[in-house]
Design a protein around this ligand. Structure first.
Ligand code: NAI
Ligand code: MG
Length: 511
């Protein structure tokens, strides 16, 4: 798998040629505690939990385990930090931008360390962490730093006796719950727009991958953010996560993860204080590849879409519909292309494919691969685990996939590419749309008419045309249907983090 061009983060650049940066040796992990009020605390319960390196299944370190009581303390800190008259609330908006730029500078300074921590905790190849995740994280901070002094309301004319205007105020305390597939990047996608709009935050990293978020906690303090503006609670979903979703003093929650947990978050929000909810959930993302496309490009892009980050992407290209006349050639070339993938130690710069995140995900993927074999799909490549006690799964390609098969319906979240064939354009669009998900889709064709008419008919939040996984911080990202609500990134995300106050001023007798 080529490194270049994958943009699960906001970069479209290629990973540069040698010399590559060297991962640092991480003997001691410095930040493993709960971060509240710019201080490092042990958990109220006294419990800790281990975080593992998925490449070796060896424990990296123990981390303090936050729970409801710690979330309560964090919310108190966040509420105090964001109240009217607080240093954060009174700060002039340009200084807020300066703080975000300062944080970006510190992330750049610690880039190699953060990329190493990310690779140790997730198993993703180091060069992908360094060039893709870190670049996207820094760009996200800088992009939103530029917005702090551009949050503007409007004036409305009613008649001569009124002056009416809107003011975009912070929502208040924002909760965030993030997953393990892009731990640092998702942290930035949540905190950057929230801080830009003057909110305060309580954020829970995924239990599998708390380390980069905690390191950034130390940078937030070093940058000079007032205490309580960002609070980080490492811990588990049903405890710390659920406490965020149902908290009476959290005004908004942003969640990225499974559709199933997204439903729990909305339910908890409804049953507590009706907090605002934005959700970025799963996908079963279709690509439609027409016979008139640039075939080799389509093969490479759809496959990178399927296997990037070991297939652990909400945007994974997991249903590739290929026009019948080029189907066999497309499958043949996809198999050839997959042979270029290098599995191995994620810290090795040659490695392009690492392990899955944990045993639970590994088992789910292997079960789906078995179902593909049993339901009659043709296994073209891979299809097995690597080694006895490891979390590595071979990149796997199935052809002859039919719509009713589990691998064509369920989110796999692993390195499994499913190639289906189609004859009619109308049918292909219908099949692409016949899923509960609506996150992303792609069309490959050299016909402008096909590209535009098919993309107009696809029910997804993003449509890529002749490219894949092309995410940029300027461009809104989010799903339709059960892939979620709301948009992250770009100007659109600002609306999720501001409350619009209308002010109607009655003027005294006009002159
Ligand atoms: P998950 O949805 O359980 O975990 C995501 C986050 O939610 C984590 O921080 C977790 O601690 C938290 N969480 C879990 N239960 C919670 C609860 N009851 N209340 C509040 N927060 C809770 O996802 P998981 O179990 O790691 O993976 C399961 C499947 O979810 C994957 O196989 C994949 O299909 C999908 N997924 C999608 C992601 C995406 O980027 N959209 C990311 C991770 C998983
Ligand atoms: Mg779960």
């Amino acid at each position: 798998m080529a490194h270049n061009g994958t943009t699960q983060n906001g970069v479209a650049e290629e990973i540069p040629a040698l010399p590559f940066p060297e991962p640092v040796k991480v003997q001691d992990i410095r930040h493993t505690k709960i971060f509240i009020n710019n201080e490092w605390l042990t958990s109220s319960s006294g419990r800790t939990f281990p975080t593992f390196n998925p490449a070796t299944c060896v424990k990296i370190c123990d981390v303090e385990e936050g729970d409801k009581e710690d979330v309560d303390n964090a919310v108190k800190a966040a509420k105090a930090a964001g109240q009217r008259g607080s240093p954060w609330r009174k700060m002039d908006v340009s200084s807020r931008g300066k703080l975000l730029h300062m944080l970006a500078d510190l992330v750049e300074r610690d880039r190699v360390l953060l990329a190493t921590l990310e690779t140790l905790d997730t198993g993703k190849p180091f060069l992908q962490s360094f060039f893709i995740d870190l670049d996207g994280s820094i760009k996200t901070l800088r992009y939103y730093a530029g917005w702090t002094d551009k949050i503007q309301g409007k004036t409305m004319h009613v008649d001569e006796s009124f002056m009416c205007l809107t003011k975009h105020e912070p929502v208040g305390v924002c909760g965030a719950i993030i997953p393990w597939n892009f731990p640092l990047l998702m942290f930035m996608w949540k905190i950057a727009p929230a801080l830009t709009c003057g909110n305060t935050i309580v954020i829970k990293p995924a239990e599998q991958t708390p380390l980069t978020a905690l390191h950034v906690g130390s940078l937030i303090k070093e940058a000079g953010f007032p205490p309580g503006v960002v609070n980080i609670i490492p811990g588990f979903g049903p405890t710390a996560g659920a406490a965020i979703a149902s908290h009476m003093d959290i005004d908004k929650v942003a969640f990225t993860g499974s559709t199933e947990v997204g439903q729990l978050i909305k339910e908890a929000a409804a049953k507590s204080n009706l907090k605002r909810v934005t959700l970025e959930l799963g996908g079963k993302n279709p690509c439609i590849v027409f016979a008139d496309c640039d075939l080799q490009m389509a093969v490479e892009e759809t496959q990178r879409g399927a296997f990037y980050n070991q297939g652990q992407c909400c945007t994974a290209a997991s249903r590739v519909f290929v026009e019948e006349t080029i189907y066999d050639e497309f499958v043949r070339r996809s198999v050839e292309n997959a042979k270029k993938i290098v599995m191995g130690d994620p810290l090795d710069p040659q490695t392009t494919h690492g392990p899955q995140i944990d045993q639970q995900q590994f088992d789910k993927i292997m079960d789906l691969i078995e179902s593909g074999k049993n339901e009659g799909a043709r296994l073209e490549y891979g299809g097995a685990a690597v080694g006895e006690k490891s979390l590595f799964i071979q990149p796997t390609i199935f052809s002859e996939v039919k719509d009713h098969m589990r691998i064509a319906k369920e989110e796999i979240f692993g390195p499994v590419q499913c190639i289906l064939s189609f004859k009619s354009q109308r049918k292909a669009v219908e099949r692409a749309n016949s899923t509960q998900y609506g996150l992303v889709s792609a069309v490959f064709t050299t016909s402008m008419d096909k590209a535009l008419s098919v993309s107009a008919a696809l029910d997804t939040g993003t449509v890529w045309i002749n490219c894949y996984n092309n995410l940029h911080v300027q461009i809104p990202f989010g799903g339709c249907k059960m892939s979620g609500n709301g948009r992250e990134l770009g100007e659109y995300a600002l609306a999720e983090y501001t409350e619009v106050k209308a002010m109607i001023i009655k003027l005294s007798e006009t002159l």
